[in-house]
Every structure is written in structure tokens, then in C-alpha cells.
Design a protein around this ligand. Structure first.
Ligand SMILES: [Zn+2]
Length: 173
């Protein structure tokens, strides 16, 4: 009986709304964490930050473009280690998410977020101009002094490089 109650609490925890259209589950789900049985549960402060990310970026994107696919949100230190991501990443601080909107050019999506949501850091990752579905958008949000960084990430000689985006991403060639 005790197990059932805990199970129910767990279910309620996962369907907790972070904003009108986003649940906690969407922001913490990780196939790798499930596969490797890694704890990827945020604490209260981290849930608050995920809420701010949803309210200030993800929900406005949802309202403008429709359903948002969160490919990666919060990553616990253990999950960072497992996938080779830095433990200093804003994903580990519950400040960042990787997103896509099906049917929307990732460059157009990034430009809109940059103009509209005052992100801390916005990275158009592995986008190939002319291929709207290529890559994804990494976005972070902080309550104070956002850096307003706008960059693209790409591979060159098997290394990941970053370059600032001056102007609009849709004008990239
Ligand atoms: Zn990311």
C-alpha cells in the first residue's frame, strides 16, 4: 500500500505543470537516464528555474509556433557524465533546454527567440542553411543580467566550433 502511495506521488510530481503547456516530465525526461538507471530528478530550486525557463521562453514559443519538442532539458551531474556533457553546462543548472518545433525552420525559431524572449544564451546547433530541419536550438534563460549571446555551433575538422550570429540566422549561407 505504501508503494502505491509513493507511486501516485511520483506520477503527480511528473505531471506537475511548469507553465500552461509544459510538465516537469518533459523537462527532465532522458532516454539515457532511463536506460542507465540514472537519477535525473531536480531539487526544488532547480524546479523553480525550469519553471522560469518555461514561462519566459518555452511557453511563448509554444504560443507562437505550436507544439515544442524538448529533446533535452535538465541534466543531473551523473547524466552529464554519462553523455559527455559538461557538469558546468546550463542544462545541469536547470537553466537550459534543447528544443525543436516540427515544421519550423530552426534558424527562424532561433531568430524569433532572440528577438522576443531575452535569452541568456542562444545557440543554433549544427544547423545547415537551406535545411530547415537540421540541428536544433539550445536556449538558456536567467532572471538577472542575461548575456544575450547568440551563436551557432558547427563541426570543423571533427571539432565543435562556435561563432557569433550577427544579424539574423535566416540570412546565414
Ligand atoms: Zn543544450
Amino acid at each position: 500500500m505504501k508503494i502505491v502511495v509513493q507511486d501516485m506521488r511520483w506520477q503527480i510530481f511528473l505531471i506537475m505543470k511548469l507553465s500552461r503547456n509544459f510538465t516537469l516530465q518533459e523537462l527532465i525526461k532522458s532516454d539515457t537516464a532511463i536506460r542507465l538507471n540514472i537519477d535525473n530528478n531536480p531539487n526544488g530550486d532547480q524546479i523553480d528555474k525550469l519553471k522560469q525557463l518555461c514561462e519566459n521562453v518555452l511557453q511563448p514559443v509554444r504560443d507562437q509556433f505550436g507544439r515544442v519538442k524538448v529533446t533535452s532539458g535538465f541534466r543531473s551531474p551523473e547524466l552529464c557524465k554519462a553523455i559527455g556533457s559538461s557538469e558546468n553546462s546550463q542544462h545541469a543548472k536547470a537553466e537550459a533546454a534543447d528544443i525543436e518545433v516540427i515544421g519550423v525552420d530552426n534558424a527562424e525559431l532561433a531568430d524569433w527567440i532572440y528577438r522576443t524572449c531575452e535569452p541568456d544564451q542562444l545557440i543554433l546547433e549544427f544547423y545547415t542553411p537551406g535545411e530547415p530541419n537540421s540541428g536544433w536550438v539550445h536556449v538558456s534563460w536567467v532572471p538577472y543580467n542575461p548575456r544575450r549571446q547568440y551563436m551557432r555551433a558547427y563541426r570543423e575538422d571533427k571539432r565543435i566550433k562556435y561563432k557569433p550570429i550577427i544579424g539574423k540566422a535566416v540570412d546565414l549561407v
